[in-house]
Design a binder for this molecule. Structure first.
Ligand code: 0O2
Length: 209
């Protein structure tokens, strides 16, 4: 392999990943518009936090190996749908559903897949609402429809997920049963806290109205 070939492959990957970076920016803009408009109309912020990332080339290659798919970019594009990821954290479950609806019903967005782990939590207790959407990005070379995975969750669900993620990696996916059980219980506690906070919020909101 010549140095020129290496350079050209690197450029190709960079250009490939850049599209996902642009897709993220488009989704972030949509979310910030929704937030600002909501603030203006209702004097209320439905989003606590937004974070986003493009998968690193290393992490992407690990996923490709795990899935056992070909390494060409077209196959990767079709099979790895979380290269661009946005996480939207809300205070209340109601806001999670609201944001999801407001984003996914926009005309230029195509919803490719929805996984509702709030309605149907994973066996380990994981809760979040996942949507894989496709968003158009307008480039000098033409329009590209970029898949972006958007995860909507509450602060309590996010707290649980980040701890579970750390534990999962610490034990290299082989988490002792005692901890797995505790995590399941903690997820239940988080869901109860969400319900309780929603009731309180409703009372305050009702009183204000
Ligand atoms: P990372 O390190 O966050 O990038 P896929 O493998 O994506 O094709 P999958 O796993 O069925 O298909 O998709 P799913 O269920 O929608 O999960 C995708 C992402 O959701 C994960 O990305 C995590 O970010 C998050 N997630 C899913 N399940 C769990 C869980 O049990 N605990 C925590 N903490 N996060 C979870 P990655 O690529 O697996 O990991």
């Amino acid at each position: 392999v010549t140095a020129d070939q290496v350079r050209s492959v690197r450029q190709e990957i960079q250009r490939f990943l850049l599209q996902y970076e642009f897709g993220l920016r488009e989704v972030e803009t949509k979310l910030s518009i929704l937030r600002d408009e909501f603030l203006e109309l209702h004097d209320y912020n439905p989003i606590e936090h937004v974070s986003s990332r493009v998968k690193s080339p290393e992490s992407l290659l690990r996923k490709v190996a795990r899935k056992g798919i070909d390494r060409d970019l077209a196959t990767i594009r079709a099979h790895v749908t979380d290269i661009a990821g946005v996480r939207v954290t809300c205070a209340f479950v109601q806001d999670v559903h609201r944001l999801f609806a407001l984003l996914t019903r926009q005309d230029d967005i195509r919803v490719l897949q929805v996984k509702d782990y709030i309605a149907d939590p994973k066996p380990n207790g994981y809760q979040s609402l996942h949507a894989i959407i496709e968003i158009p990005v307008f480039l000098s070379t033409g329009t590209s429809a970029v898949p972006v995975e958007v995860q909507f969750r509450t602060v309590a669900m996010d707290f649980w997920a980040s701890l579970e993620h750390r534990i999962y990696y610490k034990y290299d996916a082989d988490v002792p049963e005692r901890l797995t059980e505790e995590l399941r219980e903690a997820a239940q506690t988080a869901a109860e806290l969400d319900a309780r906070m929603a009731r309180l919020h409703q009372q305050i909101h009702g009183a204000e109205a």
